[in-house]
Design a protein. Structure first.
Length: 132
């Protein structure tokens, strides 16, 4: 898991990443609600999409498997944008928000979760003390 991250920044950069994770989670929940209301899909598909979206948002929020969860949310936003555009159902403002969410989640996947995350606690660098 250490290979997925270059570092776990602390201080102001870590706090910024925490705020970014919270903002992505809030926007993903809102977009998932709107997207699932617009799409006419079978109930089983909607339930699966809802569960996957909820788990990915929860992982991003607490900082567990952040790159994988962020990419999942990015793909979900891109798929929502594509399907809504094909059906002509997305207003221009919502399409713009979906595009922004897709880009921001890709950035979050590339940067990592920061020091204030469960990933940092589980897989962060540790100091090993060797005794004589």
């Amino acid at each position: 898991m250490q290979r997925l991250f270059f570092a776990f920044p602390a201080g102001l950069p870590g706090a910024g990443l925490l705020l970014l994770r919270v903002a992505v989670a809030m926007q993903s929940v809102q977009d998932a609600q709107v997207f699932l209301l617009w799409m006419a899909m079978p109930l089983s598909v909607l339930v699966v999409l809802r569960v996957v979206s909820f788990l990915a948002v929860l992982c991003v929020l607490i900082g567990v498997a952040t790159p994988i969860a962020s990419l999942t949310l990015s793909l979900e936003a891109a798929l929502a944008l594509l399907l809504c555009s094909l059906r002509g159902a997305a207003p221009a403002l919502h399409a713009s928000l979906l595009l922004q969410l897709s880009v921001i989640t890709m950035v979050l996947a590339a940067v990592g979760p920061g020091a204030f995350s469960l990933d940092a606690r589980l897989f962060g660098r540790r100091e090993i003390m060797l005794h004589d």
